[in-house]
Design a binder for this molecule. Structure first.
Ligand code: TPP
Ligand code: MG
Length: 328
């Protein structure tokens, strides 16, 4: 597929934002600046990017516990994200949600999600809503390999198929569910095969090749907008870090890690950009500098922000909202 320079440039910026954000989050967590848990997306940047580049602002995504990449690729605000990781009051959830609860309804980001498999149902709901309202919106459901063993995956695939909902199921097969390899948690190799059981076309792509992911996503989005129903895209990729920061990932064989580092999506897209003669080395360096600056500004913003007041711990909770609705 021959892509316009503008699309490649846009994808590179999104990928680089994720890489830089995650690298900084990794270091800041190690320094103790970020509390709680962070599950990093390093190595999987091409998946969220290739898919989200094929979407419009009005389209939806559902995310996972490993959600930073999805949110950045769909246009989430880097400053509010970083502030949320820091637990600051300027964050997306006023510092009370952390990494796994970031959502932005204005960008169609229906939320990261700490419950494995919960995004599938939300995606079906969003797809049904779009179909019912007669809009041309689609919903992308991002999820991991291990989550395809949850009942929600199967229920959602079935319903999306029978109702021909505009949902694109994007499986990030990074080879592991926590410390358990795919070979130990399911008896199949290609998760794309699971589409057959529900009458959904399933396709496996190299998830570290942003152009291959994008190509598959464009096709699936076209089908969904045309009323032809869901597609299952399995993106074969690799989690370069442990399951969360603090997990050294000792169970990942060295040869396996080395093999996947050779397929790192960042140098691959950079090589493509240089070899295609579409970008000069200087242009590439300028793009890199501008992203590094953006992330530095997000960290500065988070650092300069205040922690929430203690009294805010009982604000914006269920009973608070019920009270507000009652008093209207
Ligand atoms: C319902 C539920 N069961 C178990 C867990 C614990 N848990 C957190 S992440 C995870 C593995 C997820 O693996 P996968 O879906 O492949 O996503 P990845 O972490 O590889 O991106 C599990 C079992 C959970 N958060 N929610
Ligand atoms: Mg996994």
């Amino acid at each position: 597929m021959k892509l316009d320079k503008a699309i490649i440039k846009d994808m590179y910026i999104r990928m680089k934002r994720i890489r830089e954000f995650e690298t900084k989050a990794m270091n800041l967590f190690a320094e103790g600046a970020i509390p709680g848990f962070v599950h990093l997306y390093l190595g999987e940047e091409a998946v969220a990017t290739g898919v989200c580049q094929a979407l419009n602002d009005a389209d939806y995504i559902t995310s996972t516990h490993r959600g930073h990449g999805h949110i950045i690729a769909k246009g989430g605000d880097l400053k509010y994200m970083m502030a949320e990781l820091y637990g600051k009051e300027t964050g997306y959830c006023k510092g009370k949600g952390g990494s796994m609860h970031i959502a932005d309804a204005t960008k169609g980001i229906l939320g990261a999600n700490g419950i494995v498999g919960a995004g599938h149902n939300l995606a079906v709901g969003a797809g049904f809503s779009a179909q019912y309202r007669g809009t041309d919106q689609v919903c992308v459901c991002f999820f991991g390999d291990a989550s395809t063993n949850q009942g929600t995956f199967h229920e959602s695939m079935n319903l999306a198929s029978i109702w021909k909902l505009p949902v694109i199921f994007v499986c990030e097969n990074n080879g592991y569910g926590i410390s358990m390899s795919q070979a130990r948690h399911q008896a199949i190799k290609d998760i794309a095969d699971r589409g057959t059981a529900y009458g959904i076309p399933g396709i496996s792509v190299d998830g570290n090749d942003v152009i291959a992911v994008h190509e598959a996503a464009v096709e699936a989005v076209k089908r969904a907008r045309n009323g032809q129903g869901p597609t299952l895209i399995e993106c074969k990729t690799y989690r370069q870090r442990g399951h969360f920061e603090g997990d050294a990932g000792k169970y990942k064989p060295t040869e396996e890690q080395e093999m996947w580092m050779k397929k790192d999506p960042m140098p691959r897209i950079e090589k493509y950009m240089r070899d295609s003669d579409l970008f000069t080395a200087e242009e590439l360096a300028d793009l890199q500098d501008s992203v590094v600056k953006e992330i530095a500004e997000a960290i500065e913003f988070a650092n300069a922000s205040a922690y929430p007041e203690l009294s805010s711990a009982v604000k914006d909770i269920y009973f608070d909202i019920v009270e507000e609705v009652r008093s209207r």
